[in-house]
Design a protein around this ligand. Structure first.
Ligand code: SF4
Length: 243
């Protein structure tokens, strides 16, 4: 894929979705039990609207077309349910990529969540998303009304400048995840913002909290820590990002 920084993330999302979706099937490269959240069945996908300097899956998301294994929602759910059964887990997620790139990938995600809740109604599904497409397409959010769905919106910057530097996407798209959070709260859906806290000063984080207040978003900001793999540090250096 040709990519000039900063890029238009809407165009990139559409282009990536056309690569990683085939009908109702999506590209995945791995299914695994993961230790996070106390144990969670995880499906690792490829393809994102952003290309964050600190992404642990940077190279796969840079070039998702080299993967070949497409799975429909029934196959993904079965694999996740098998892992959960084997490991006595009660939690599920999709990781490694952005689950929502457009309507097609969104519908695939909804089907995966729906099949899992039909089989395990008391389990919890954590939707980890950058919130970009949800902010652009707030009309989709209604369909996320599942009782045990928890939505973690990973904000990538504290302002337009840091958003562009970290994601590679044009700064004018910074506000969209906030719109998603606001709409999710309005509909009473369990969602909260998260930020890679290691990258920002105390004052910058306070500034982001103020911005969340200005948007009347009440959910608490979660601060996450960087997984400092050597290639992550190298990518951050190339983008001139300091910890
Ligand atoms: S939004 Fe997430 S999956 Fe996408 S590039 Fe950034 S860190 Fe990776």
């Amino acid at each position: 894929m040709n990519l000039n920084f900063p890029f238009d993330p809407l165009k990139r999302a559409a282009e990536v979705e056309s690569i990683v979706m085939q009908g109702d099937k999506r590209l995945y490269y791995r299914f695994r039990p993961a230790p996070y959240y106390g144990g969670i069945a995880t499906a690792d996908a490829v393809g994102c609207s952003f290309l964050c300097a600190y992404c642990w899956n940077y190279n796969r998301n840079l070039n998702p077309a080299r993967f070949r294994e497409f799975y429909n929602s029934q196959q993904v759910s079965s694999k996740l349910l098998n892992i959960a059964q084997r490991k006595s887990f009660n939690m599920f997620r999709i990781s490694g990529a952005e689950p929502i790139l457009g309507e097609n990938s969104f519908n695939h995600l909804i089907d995966v969540v729906d099949i899992i809740f039909q089989s395990r109604p008391c389990s919890v599904f954590i939707l980890e998303t950058n919130g970009f497409i949800l902010g652009c397409r707030t009309d989709l959010i209604e369909k996320l009304k599942f009782q045990n769905l928890r939505i973690r919106i990973c904000l990538k910057g504290v302002d337009e400048q840091s958003f562009e530097l970290i994601t590679g996407a044009q700064r004018e798209f910074f506000a969209y995840p906030f719109k998603a959070l606001k709409e999710l709260e309005k509909l009473g859906i369990n969602a909260w913002p998260a930020l890679m806290g290691d990258l920002f000063s105390h004052d910058k984080i306070l500034g982001l909290k103020k911005l969340l207040e200005d948007y009347e978003i009440n959910a608490q900001l979660e601060l996450e820590s960087l997984e400092a793999y050597p290639f992550v540090l190298e990518n951050m250096k190339k983008r001139k990002l300091n910890i």
